[in-house]
Design a protein around this ligand. Structure first.
Ligand SMILES: [Zn+2]
Length: 185
C-alpha cells in the first residue's frame, strides 16, 4: 500500500536521517582519529629509520608523496591524515630500496629512462614504471614488518589499490599521470 503524503511525518523522517548522518560522521571521524593516533608511533619509527639510513623526511604542500634519490629525501603531503602519511612514506621508502637501476636492470626502462625520448612514450617504459610502483608498495609493507610498525594491512592495501588503479589507467593511456611527484622525473 503506497504511503500518502504527510508533511509532519516527512519532516520527522528528514530529522531522523539528519541525526543518523551526524552520528555516522562523528563515528567515522572518531575512528579516523584513533587510526591517526595509532599511526604516529609508526611515523616516529619510520622517520628514525630514515635518519639512520641517511635519508631526510619532509612534509609539505605536495600532492601524495615522492622519493628524491638525488637529495635522498622522502617527501609526503602535509594535508594527508597521519595514517595515509605513514602508508605513503612506507611506499616511498620502497622506491629508496629499488635504488637507481641501470638500463639493463629490472625497472631500468622506467623512471630512469624518463628523459630518453626513444623510451619515454613506450609501453616498455610504462610497464617498468608500473612494475616499480607495485614493488615499492610491497617493499613498503615489508618495511612495516621489519620495523614492527603497527598498520592495518587492509587499509594499506586499499590505499595501494587506489594508486595502482591510477598507474594502470595511465599505463593503458586512459588516465592522468597522478603518481608520486618528483620521482626521478
Ligand atoms: Zn611510487
Amino acid at each position: 500500500m503506497p504511503a500518502s503524503f504527510d508533511p509532519e511525518r516527512w519532516s520527522q523522517i528528514a530529522a531522523r536521517r539528519f541525526h543518523k548522518a551526524c552520528d555516522a560522521s562523528r563515528k567515522g571521524a572518531a575512528a579516523q582519529f584513533l587510526r591517526d593516533q595509532r599511526s604516529i608511533p609508526g611515523l616516529i619509527k619510520l622517520v628514525d629509520w630514515a635518519s639512520s639510513s641517511g635519508l631526510k623526511v619532509s612534509f609539505s604542500r605536495i600532492r601524495n608523496g615522492a622519493y628524491d634519490s638525488s637529495l635522498r629525501e622522502l617527501r609526503c603531503s602535509d594535508r594527508m591524515c597521519a595514517e595515509n602519511q605513514l602508508f605513503v612514506l612506507l611506499h616511498e621508502s620502497g622506491h629508496f630500496d629499488v635504488g637507481n637501476p641501470g638500463p639493463l636492470d629490472r625497472f631500468g626502462s622506467g623512471y630512469a629512462a624518463v628523459s630518453n625520448p626513444a623510451i619515454k612514450h613506450s609501453m616498455l617504459h610504462r610497464i617498468d614504471v608500473l612494475d616499480e610502483e607495485l614493488t615499492a608498495w610491497a617493499l613498503g609493507l615489508q618495511r612495516a614488518k621489519d620495523l614492527q610498525i603497527d598498520i592495518d594491512i587492509m587499509r594499506y592495501n586499499r590505499l595501494k589499490a587506489s594508486y595502482v588503479k591510477s598507474y594502470i589507467s595511465w599505463a593503458l593511456g586512459t588516465g592522468d599521470y597522478v603518481f608520486d611527484e618528483g620521482k626521478d622525473a
